[in-house]
Design a protein around this ligand. Sequence first.
Ligand SMILES: Nc1ncnc2c1ncn2[C@@H]1O[C@H](COP(=O)(O)OP(=O)(O)O)[C@@H](O)[C@H]1O
Ligand SMILES: O=C(OP(=O)(O)O)[C@H](O)COP(=O)(O)O
Length: 394
Amino acid sequence: MRTIDDLDVSGKRVFVRADLNVPLDGDRITDDGRIRAALPTIEALRGRGARVIVAAHLGRPKGAPDPRYSLRPVAARLGELLGTEVTFAADTAGESARAVSAGLADGAVALLENVRFEPGETSKDDAERGELADRFAQLADLYVGDAFGAVHRRHASVYDLPGRLPHAVGGLVLTEVEVLKKLTTDPQRPYAVVLGGSKVSDKLGVIDNLLGTADRILIGGGMVFTFLKAQGHEVGTSLLETDQLDTVRGYLERAEREGVEIVLPVDVVAAEKFAADAAHADVGVDAIPADRMGLDIGPRSRALFAEKLADARTVFWNGPMGVFEMEPYAGGTRALAAALIDSDAFTVVGGGDSAAAVRALGFDEAAFGHISTGGGASLEYLEGKDLPGIDALR
Ligand SMILES: Nc1ncnc2c1ncn2[C@@H]1O[C@H](COP(=O)(O)OP(=O)(O)O)[C@@H](O)[C@H]1O
Ligand SMILES: O=C(OP(=O)(O)O)[C@H](O)COP(=O)(O)O
């Protein structure tokens, strides 16, 4: 793969696909870790006289402009961190984007509006994605793929566009892959993987492959309830993927056959509704009330998880254990982060929200082996899957 050092970028318009999918509270960025992670590549290109056009997604809008998912606040923060103005294009690949691209000076930086405002970005139809990629290609002379957190997505700006322009891989993707490689080539054992978060249907599938490599799989966060239900427990109004129940039953059976330990919580914090001020209580997993939702793993589960991680030599963690953004449901995530730090294992934390949680809860990032910007992307890499956003750069 060519790196940015192999490209002659001076005076050229360089399309940089970055992952700037940061958590927001209204239009306030609550954690700018992914913007910071994108800086080195952008700075290196600027420093060599490139005209840098950054493109990214934010959240999951439905293929049309939606002000809640505008990247405008991200442009402002990117400008502050770079110490230069970042021109914001009010559309993704339309008139505004073309005008911004044409007016960019050497060393200047622009950010396009959310690529997912275009239906072609995430389309399953090759022609529809191709049409958008053609429009992106008109904006630039060169392409740099640096959106590690999105390399598992076969999307127009990640997968189709690099085929249309001379391209290179960005430094963030290279660094991430280098660290994750250590987990795939003979990890020190016991090797534990901790899965949580809310992208349940996205991430359940990884368990299939992890059953072949990990010694222990600990399940927390919104993942828990599909497992508990599969075991016959009632889960009230908790996050549940009903159509995945058979799959999960299959994982539980296979784990038992193959001697892989799947560790599930024994208690959860069950709340009346999805709110910080809701009535809530710790309950055993066999006693979740019908009108309550599990928003965190409970104290007994935190102790159990810490015990299961104490002797691990390698740990990969993706997905918060609970709704850490609300203090009453942050205890599980806090306890898990502390358990990782206490263990002697090589620890990798992956995912936009998981990394943000570690920082928001006051942990020292240096206490972990590596904090990755990608959750789903890291998991798919660990599974040994082909990653469209990396394959397209070869
Ligand atoms: N029990 C739960 N119910 C609903 N949402 C949850 C639960 N536990 C965690 N979450 C949510 O999961 C989100 C993060 O999930 P995800 O995007 O999969 O993680 P990451 O970004 O680290 O890959 C957080 O916003 C958190 O509030
Ligand atoms: O936040 C992201 O992934 P993650 O939550 O798995 O870390 C990436 O920006 C990808 O976003 P997507 O899962 O909506 O494609």
